[in-house]
Write a protein that binds this ligand. Structure first.
Ligand code: NDP
Ligand code: 2IT
Length: 450
């Protein structure tokens, strides 16, 4: 067995109940092994062994009462994975599937994503197995308050700055910020994704989707292509999917599919701004299901299948695929169908949305593929800009934040190209992993064994 395989086996043994964490460690190790083992200093300091071990994990009970007065118990987590280059930073996810392994994968990815943004942020993730679906606003508020009544003692503007993720948007950040402020009597930038009138950055809600499409534009430009009239399939119908769709439409692409965890809608005529506004109303205001789209506009609705399964089943032609829902949503079969149907570019809005065999197929077939830690880094980058504005006690305009976001996405793209180019193909996975890793690894080296 090679040294690399022995290393991966060690990680598997230590974390045998955490498949997503092992999956993303394996990907990083595969990418960085040669540069890592080529450096005596990094090897001697055992940087790789240290970097796969979280610095701190906090697990806590969250007890709360529903509207009927019944008591519920959920589990809360914060994984503070690495703070070599800045305070811990990363989102909170509220979803019934949340467990320690899932959050370790998300926090581990976040280390390298945050490193790529060029801003000083370490990697973390947290959340709970609480399901906000079907809960009243008051129930969500009571849960968020209960969650923050423990989390507050572990975070701070120079220590750890959480934000949103699946199931955590503006409403949840508001409730959590309110509780933090009450307990600490301190109005500070302890969370990002805050409301625009109380410390939030303009463009933060749009930033992941917009940043994803800016990154996509950079990939296409380098390959001599553009977005105009391209057919685009987007999975998910939440924050990331909505603003990715908005930017694709603005730039002349044709978005024909969206989905949620219930169903997929196909609108062959393409979404426009009015239709997208309706999607936002369904998902953000009514907190309803994407299938309701077909009640108003002519669309095919497929229940129980996500966008990629529908493409595979119906052989739908798409030029560009933007997975923006969740991890491992697009598998090898789906990747084969995409390639067969003419797809030439996949960019990940979600974190690790492709299974390893799907990634391998795209790379083998030289399909442009932007992994999440590069392509969706616009969200956390704009969180970093929110932190900067909070520290300055100043707000930048929409145009200023948007310009900085574009510049950051360009820089991430350039780092991927620098470390991932070879044989006439840019391997964005390898490029993003090496660039993200080297910065953190060198910081750890310079800070000594701790
Ligand atoms: P939201 O909660 O706003 O939306 C998630 C969307 O994905 C919903 O439409 C949801 O459907 C759908 N979805 C979730 N799980 C599944 C599933 N198993 N199958 C099909 N659809 C599913 O979350 P975000 O848009 O913020 O997050 C989406 C992805 O983007 C995640 O991977 C997240 O980690 C990543 N991301 C988020 C960032 C952020 O700042 N918010 C930043 C960077 C990446 P339903 O409505 O039915 O639940
Ligand atoms: O996955 C992600 O990058 C996020 N959920 C955003 C994290 C953040 O701190 O803005």
């Amino acid at each position: 067995m090679s040294e690399k395989e022995k290393f991966i086996e060690m990680v598997e043994k230590k974390n045998s109940d955490q498949p997503e964490f092992i999956q993303c460690v394996r990907e990083i190790v595969e990418s960085v092994w040669d540069v890592y083992t080529g450096s005596e200093k990094l090897k001697k300091a055992r940087i790789l062994e240290r970097i796969v071990e979280p610095e701190r994990i906090i697990i806590f009970r969250v007890s709360w009462q529903d509207d009927a007065g019944d008591v519920h118990v959920n589990r809360g987590y914060r994984v503070q994975f690495n703070n070599a280059i800045g305070p811990y930073k990363g989102g909170l996810r509220f979803h019934p599937s949340v467990n320690l392994g899932l959050l370790k994968f998300l926090a581990f990815e976040q280390i390298f994503k945050n490193s790529l943004t060029t801003l000083p942020m370490g990697g973390a993730k947290g959340g709970s197995d609480f399901d906000p679906k079907g809960k009243s606003d008051n129930e969500v508020m009571r849960f968020c308050h209960a969650f923050m009544s423990e989390l507050y003692r572990h975070i701070g503007p120079n220590t750890d700055v959480p934000a949103g993720d699946i199931g955590v948007g503006a409403r949840e950040i508001g409730y959590m910020f309110g509780k933090y402020k009450k307990i600490k009597n301190d109005f500070t930038g302890v969370l990002t994704g805050k409301g625009a009138t109380w410390g939030g950055s303009l463009i933060r809600p749009e930033a992941i989707g917009y940043g994803l499409v800016y990154f996509l534009q950079d990939m296409l430009e380098l390959a001599g292509k553009d977005l105009k009239d391209k057919i685009v399939a987007i999975s998910g119908a939440g924050n990331v999917a909505q603003y990715a769709a908005e930017k694709v439409i603005q730039l002349g692409g044709k978005v024909i599919m969206l989905c949620d965890s219930d169903s997929t809608v196909i609108d062959e005529s393409g979404l426009d701004s009015e239709k997208l506004e309706h999607v936002m109303h369904i998902k953000n205001v009514k907190r309803g299901r994407i299938k309701e789209y077909a009640d108003k506009y002519p669309a095919v609705c497929v229940t129980g299948k996500n966008v990629w399964e529908v493409i595979s089943e119906k052989n739908i032609k798409v030029d560009i695929a933007l997975p923006c829902a969740t991890q491992n949503e697009l598998n090898g079969e789906n990747a084969k169908a995409l390639i067969k149907n003419g797809c030439f570019c996949v960019a990940a809005g979600a974190n690790m949305p492709l299974t390893p065999d799907a990634v391998a197929l795209l790379r083998e077939n030289k399909i442009l593929y932007g992994p999440g830690k590069a392509a969706n880094a616009g969200g956390v980058a704009t969180s970093g800009l929110e932190m900067t504005q909070n520290s300055m006690r100043f707000n930048w305009t929409r145009e200023e934040v948007d310009a900085k976001l574009k510049e950051i996405m360009k820089s991430i793209h350039a780092q991927c190209v620098k470390y991932g180019s070879g044989g006439g193909y840019v391997d964005y996975v390898k490029g993003a992993n090496i660039a993200g890793f080297m910065k953190v690894a060198n910081a750890m080296l310079e800070q000594g064994v701790c």
